[in-house]
Design a protein around this ligand. Structure first.
Ligand code: PMP
Length: 391
């Protein structure tokens, strides 16, 4: 048997040991963590919809109609009208022919990628893609070629060298950096090499683009440019689950082949009903996105003026680069002592030597909340004086 205790000890020694915090009460900026109130800047609830009264009411209203449990997989007897209505709504919202509702984003990526590519095919995957994309690539048994982050010239060359079926997959917004993939160029290069482009817009849906339709819509691209869109619903949309959207033929193909769709219990249908309500709200609530954009811009100006190193990101994901794992932990702990929660992200989630604090902003934050974060950051600035990355 492997020596699991020793492996855990090694993690502790190298500053990579992972722990969980115990949250009570609803997800919102003022969060109860281990029975202490903190102001959180680390959730993916970018629009502040995870605890929105309208969405909660939609869930409560749906429950007597739908009951609670999903009870069976979609292909047995679990595919409820509420799921089907959400799929139609998601197709309409994203401007696509059809959509398919998955239970989580992790499962959507695993299922979609492994269904659309297989033995003998080649998948080209951005080096900074999310873990669920990487696992989907491995599950497919296709040949995997990782291209340097958002490097179109390198991808172009790799595609040109490869024959057979090709699939290119990228995050729309990179989850740990917050930058946006060069989608127009990706679409162009994929067309040129007849490669199928799959974009996981987990962090763009609801937040970017006209009416929150995501990073693909923001670039003015459509289904013919990016045939397969994956979106998650537990982040900007504030509920739970995920979807794939694209040509009806491909969605039908996924129903036949995506194992994480076929062999799992359908989500509680009331969640689908609440998600429909949330999409309605997202579409009409532009001021929510505008407030968020203002918070992002103020944070960037003030944190960089303090000498923190930021990444070139205009999304609510605003990492503060630290480098060293322990220095990142120390900064996170110092902020927590001031009542501000920003988690440190360390390898293997990010490349070695690139530990960071992943600050995420939400439309639920007030200007005063942001001020509290900035004051805490000012007080903790000296902690980074000895690290390489702080300027
Ligand atoms: N894709 C990306 C880019 C993500 O960041 C995440 C979640 N962190 C997922 C997929 C997985 O989504 P879910 O949490 O719904 O499983």
């Amino acid at each position: 048997m492997r020596n699991f205790a020793e492996e855990i000890e090694q993690r502790k020694q190298s500053g990579l040991y992972r722990t969980r915090r115990l949250v009570s009460g609803p997800q919102q900026p003022e969060l109860m963590v281990n029975d202490q109130p903190v102001l959180s800047f680390c959730s993916n609830d970018y629009l502040g919809l995870a605890n929105h009264p309208g969405n909660i009411a939609a869930l409560q209203n749906a429950l007597p109609e739908t009951g609670l449990g999903g009870a069976a997989s979609h292909l047995i007897c679990g595919h409820h009208t509420a799921h089907h209505q959400l799929e139609d709504r998601l197709a309409e919202f994203t401007g696509r022919s059809a959509a398919l509702f998955f239970s989580t984003g992790y499962m959507a990526n695993m299922g979609v990628i492994s269904a659309l590519a297989g033995r003998g095919d080649t998948i080209f995957s951005d080096r900074l893609n999310h873990a669920s994309i990487i696992d989907g690539c491995v599950l497919s048994r296709a040949r995997i070629r990782r291209y340097p982050h958002s490097d179109i010239a390198a991808l172009d060359e790799m595609l040109a060298q490869t024959s057979g079926h090709k699939l290119v997959v990228t995050d729309g917004v990179f989850s740990m950096d917050g930058d946006i993939a060069p989608l127009k160029e990706l679409a162009r290069v994929c067309k040129r090499h007849d490669a199928l482009l799959v974009v996981d817009d987990a962090h763009g849906i609801g937040v970017l683009g006209p009416e929150g339709r995501g990073s693909i819509a923001e670039c003015g691209l459509s289904e013919s440019d990016v045939p397969v869109l994956i979106g998650t619903l537990g982040k900007g949309v504030g509920t739970s689950g995920a979807f794939a959207a694209g040509p009806a033929l491909l969605m039908d193909y996924l129903v036949q082949k995506a194992r994480t769709y076929i062999y799992t219990t359908a989500m509680p249908p009331a969640i689908a009903a609440a998600t429909c309500a949330s999409i309605d709200l997202i579409e009409r609530d532009q001021p929510r996105r505008e407030h968020l954009a203002r918070l992002v811009s103020v944070f960037r100006q003030r944190a960089s003026a303090m000498g923190y190193t930021l990444i070139d990101s205009r999304t609510p994901i605003q990492p503060i680069m630290v480098g060293d794992n322990e220095a990142a932990m120390a900064l996170s702990e110092a902020l927590e002592q001031q009542g501000v929660l920003v988690t440190a992200i360390r390898p293997p989630t990010v490349p070695a030597g690139e530990a960071r604090l992943r600050v995420t902003l939400s439309a639920a934050h007030t200007v005063e909340d942001l001020e509290r974060l900035l004051v805490a950051l000012e007080r903790c600035r000296h902690l980074l004086d000895k690290t390489d990355l702080a300027v």
